[in-house]
Write a protein that binds this ligand. Structure first.
Ligand SMILES: [Zn+2]
Ligand SMILES: [Zn+2]
Length: 1007
């Protein structure tokens, strides 16, 4: 080390400076005065003195390498050490090309040669800037001397006190050392990021060469990013580093260090970077998060340190003891599980640098030659990817972090659990339902409507494009219905919903998100896995948000606690709200496919999520003392889809849970049920108290409510309706029983399945018809014979016959079995009365058909007897008949016998033949004279003694030869037989006796 140590023991402020010149003294006084002016004279002076008094003692010994920090796991075992790179080599300033120190001076401290440790002009300029920004102690113009002092003696705390102490010590440093010495110390201690301290280590790290060989371009790039080594270094952002390099070159040109040609060639020089050294620590995803996210955040928020750069620097130099929540076994298991190819739908190794460039070139679209042109089995990044956070929701301690499938040591690996992703439907309980429960708008048994809605221009749809009508909130969450989630957020308002979600742990809502209903479906600018896990952890921990963390405690090099994770949480949701959400998610886990595949030995609540077109798939799963949130998808969402994602996320979660639950107490959610909830039966369509009809309709469920949301009224919207299955319509009178079922309909708001209004159009009449029905009066037996026919008898149980007349009430005559199609009515029939018979069919369902009717008249005793009509022989005097003629007549209704008279004159004073017969013919026996005219008549008699004479007819006998006679007799015999056979035929069947009515039953609708 060429750096000279001061010969004198110049350690205190009071000691008079050995190299003091008048010029310097004047400048010091001037500066102090300036500071007094800045502070205000009175109190300012007192403050200044006390600050300077408190300043650490100036000791050049302290310009030494920093101390190593230690990282411990959750059991207090050391995981790794964080320290400066060991290749830190001090290089004399004389070994550097001139332009290297010049570049640093130009960009960091252009008046380096002129100031005395504090750059008054720079301070003034910065002050003006800061005052206009109303911030007195933010970034000021620190000289290289001040930076050196800060690194060695002070923490980079940004208070006025520190600034003054820094200035004070800087002035002392300037008195002890020459300018080149100070610059050399500066160049050899400054931090360049990636563990490189000092210009030599930086040259090695970034350009794989000694600092003495740095080109102007390389030197100016290093000088450029030294102010913010973790954001501007070329490994993180080459473009920024290049721009910064150009700034340095411009500055060097303007200060006259280099010419424009040199600057030009340096600008255009192509830089060859070194390979980034592999990180040596294990559990890289976890420790990367600890160091780059949580530690830097915690430390930069402490009063000690001002910003991330300072914090990051402190991690490697301050000898901190950092206690983490890491569960090394689980972490190793998570890393291993996420690495397994069988946990992904496919695996393709993609050269991401090449892909990113092509993606941008294509205008942020998938390049046409994807994936073929980007496959790189050796150095590619496996796709799709996954990220997972496993934590204890009761304490917020993160036990394991999965940041991807394979940690790549040579590249800055992405911590995918902090990248913003689309949460898909997994956000529904967080942004819609939990806020609605908390606001006492809804409870799990409240009814929401899965019906077409349009709010503004927003018309959400569910994945299946269907609408389920009224459903309970529980069902809406279980089946992840989109429309209810949106309408619930509409009720709560997006502003309030996102506000709750924010308090539960979502930190990245944009202004647009806060006003958008599509947030309910995960349509957000992006939410990290970490944030989603935090939000669900809040639910899992009975509504109390315990911040997820990896750092539990930090001690400084003296063992003093610098930071300790605050055990108190923030109550974001009531325990009732948290319980209700958990209860639904637990049931979902048990009853949907997700649950079947998790196979966990204890109650677990779970919510899946999928984004549009299956780009991402997500799964939140928790018990009271364990939570995990898992994302699977491609690093660029256009790269592919995750089909069947739920099976994959569940499979990973199950494997991780198995390990995570080892030795973990089983706690049921039920054991944590808070008071203040009511369980009651409700009608699951109306959301009201159920009736027997709701019960019969199978619409009764047990549900949880808060007193404010519990229903007070009773359902009146369920109805029972008989439906004919043949038509799906209301039962009609002819629908057979076997086709009819009782169905229950919900007729309330948004009922999807209203009962039909129409009656059955299949069974419009009875299938059995009476096709004829006749009633015949039988005078001989004084009875009425009824006979009928039907189209089919299959469904007929019996017939019923009623009789009525003008004098008699219609009464039931008889019930007759279905096989008999006739009936004889002999019951008390009155003469001269018209009777009406009604024939009903009764089917097996006891339906009675419309009647068929038949009428019959019982003739009157006297008047009903009509005269016989004579037919043979013809009434003709010319026509000759045999001497023994056959007389024929047509009988009369009601006649029981006929009296025939034949006379030789037309007034029947001289009767030659008479006889009484029961039939309607007679053969007149001789003696009749040949060739003479006779008259004949017939009287019909009935049993009452009434009689009626027919009209009179005549015939003329003929002279017949014996041969003719024999022929004639033969004819008579034959005719006689014919007559007999004719006579046997029942009288009442002859047409003029009958009154037949065939009735087609009347349609019931007209009745
Ligand atoms: Zn009901
Ligand atoms: Zn029917």
């Amino acid at each position: 080390m060429k750096m000279k140590k001061a010969t004198s023991n110049a350690t205190s402020a009071e000691k008079s400076p050995p190299k003091k010149t008048l010029n310097r003294t004047i400048r010091i006084i001037f500066t102090v005065l300036a500071l007094l002016i800045i502070l205000g004279f009175g109190t300012g002076t007192a403050m200044l003195i006390s600050y300077v008094k408190d300043a650490p003692t100036f000791d050049p010994q302290m310009l030494k390498p920093a101390e190593t920090s230690y990282l411990y796991d959750s059991k207090g075992n050391e995981i790794t050490r964080l320290y400066q790179e060991q290749n830190r080599t001090v290089i004399p300033i004389s070994n550097l090309p001139e332009y290297v120190p010049e570049a640093f001076v130009a960009i960091e401290d252009e008046r380096f040669e002129k100031h005395f440790g504090v750059d008054f002009i720079g301070i003034t300029r910065a002050l003006v800037v800061n005052i206009t920004k109303k911030d007195l102690v933010s970034q000021g113009a620190s000289t290289t001397t001040q930076q050196l002092i800060r690194n060695a003696f002070l923490t980079p705390e940004k208070t006025l006190k520190r600034k003054i102490q820094e200035a004070w010590l800087s002035i002392q440093l300037e008195r002890e050392f020459s300018k080149p010495e100070i610059l050399e110390m500066y160049l050899n201690t400054i931090y360049f990021g990636n563990g490189a301290y000092g210009i030599e280590a930086a040259a090695e790290t970034y350009f794989n060469k000694s600092a003495s060989d740095l080109s102007l371009a390389e030197g100016s790039m290093l000088a450029g990013f030294v102010c913010a080594p973790n954001s501007f270094n070329p490994f993180i952002n080459e473009e920024k580093a290049q721009n910064r390099k150009k700034t340095v070159l411009r500055k060097m040109t303007s200060l006259g260090y280099i010419g424009t040609n040199e600057a030009k060639s340096a600008r255009e020089e192509e830089l060859k970077y070194g390979e980034l050294k592999s990180r040596e620590y294990p559990y890289s995803y976890f420790i990367d998060y600890v160091v780059h996210h949580e530690l830097t955040r915690i430390l930069s928020e402490t009063a000690l340190l001002g910003d991330k750069e300072a914090a990051y620097h402190a991690i490697y130099t301050q000898g901190l003891k950092i206690y983490t929540t890491l569960d090394t076994e689980l972490q190793a298991h998570v890393e291993e599980t996420l690495k397994r190819k069988d946990k992904y739908p496919t695996t393709t190794y993609i050269n991401m640098d090449k892909f990113k460039a092509a993606y941008q070139e294509a205008g942020n679209k998938l390049p046409r030659d994807y994936p073929k042109a980007y496959i790189d089995e050796e150095n590619g990044v496996p796709q799709p990817q996954a990220a997972m956070v496993v934590a204890n929701p009761q304490t917020g301690a993160i036990r394991a972090l999965g940041g991807g499938r394979e940690y790549r040591k040579n590249k800055d690996e992405v911590l995918r659990f902090v990248s913003k992703r689309q949460p898909g439907s997994s956000i529904k309980p967080i942004v819609s339902y939990a806020p609605a429960f908390e606001e006492k708008i809804l409870a799990p048994g409240s009814i929401v409507y899965d019906v077409p809605i349009k709010i503004g221009n927003y018309a959400p749809r569910s994945w299946d494009g269907r609408y389920w009508g009224p459903i309970t909130v529980r069902e809406a969450i279980r089946w992840s219905r989109n429309i209810p989630a949106v309408s619930v957020l509409h009720m709560v308002t997006p502003g309030k919903g996102t506000e709750y979600a924010e308090r539960m742990g979502i930190s990245s809502f944009s202004e647009d998100d806060r006003g958008s209903l599509s947030v309910a479906l995960g349509g957000v600018s992006g939410i990290s896995v970490m944030d989603m896990c935090q939000a669900f952890a809040t639910v899992a921990n009975e509504g109390v948000k315990k911040p997820l963390h990896t750092v539990s405690r930090i001690e400084d090099r003296d063992g003093e606690i610098v930071f300790e994770q605050n055990a108190a949480g923030e109550a974001v949701l009531s325990p009732q709200t948290a319980y209700m959400i958990t209860n639904i998610l637990e049931e979902t886990h048990r009853t949907t496919f997700t649950g079947n595949r998790l196979y966990i030995d204890r109650p677990v609540a779970a919510k899946t999520g999928t984004t549009n077109d299956d780009r991402d798939t997500l799964l939140a799963a928790f018990t009271p003392n364990l939570i995990s949130y898992l994302w699977m998808g491609y690093d660029y969402k256009d790269m592919g889809r995750i089909r069947g994602g739920h099976g994959l996320t569940t499979s990973i979660t199950r494997d991780v849970f198995k390990k995570a639950f080892e030795g973990l107490e089983k706690i049921s959610f039920e054991s944590r049920r808070p008071s203040g909830l009511v369980t009651m039966e409700i009608c699951k369509l109306s959301g009201l108290k159920p009736t027997q009809l709701c019960r019969d309709a199978n619409a009764v469920v047990r549900e949880i409510f808060t007193p404010q949301t519990a229903p007070k009224e009773t359902c009146s919207d369920h109805v029972e309706v008989e439906i004919c299955q043949a038509s799906g319509l209301l039962r009609g009178p002819y629908c057979p029983d076997e086709d009819v079922t009782k169905e229950y309909f919900y007729t309330g708001k948004h009922s999807e399945d209203k009962p039909p209004k129409e009656k059955c159009d299949v069974h419009t009449g009875p299938s059995e018809k009476i096709t004829s029905f006749a009633a015949i009066w039988n005078p001989v037996s004084r009875s009425v014979t009824l006979s009928w026919s039907i189209s089919s008898s299959s469904n007929i149980k019996e017939f019923k016959i009623y009789r009525g007349s003008s004098n008699e009430e219609t009464t039931l005559l008889a019930s007759i079995n279905a096989q008999t199609l006739h009936y004889t009515d002999a019951r008390d029939l009155k003469n001269d009365t018209e009777y009406t018979y009604f024939l009903y069919m009764v089917d097996k369902q006891n339906n009675q058909s419309e009647p068929a009717t038949a009428r019959v008249k019982v003739p009157s005793a006297s008047l009903s007897l009509s005269p016989p009509t004579l037919s043979l022989p013809e009434n003709s005097k010319e026509k000759e008949v045999a001497l023994s003629p056959v007389l024929l007549w047509r009988g009369s209704p009601g006649a029981t016998s006929y009296t025939v008279e034949v006379a030789s004159d037309d007034n029947f004073s001289n009767i030659v033949f008479d006889s009484t017969v029961k039939i309607t013919m007679i053969t007149v026996t001789p003696p009749l004279e040949e060739g003479k005219i006779y008259c004949w008549r017939v009287k019909s008699n009935n049993e009452n003694g009434s009689s009626q004479w027919s009209s009179v007819r005549s015939f003329k006998t003929k002279q017949i030869s014996p041969s003719e006679l024999s022929l004639y007799n033969r004819f008579v015999v034959k005719t006689h037989f014919l007559a007999i056979s004719w006579k046997i035929y029942p009288l009442y069947t002859r047409p003029h006796h009958l009154s037949v009515t065939t009735v087609t039953p009347i349609s019931p609708s007209s009745g």
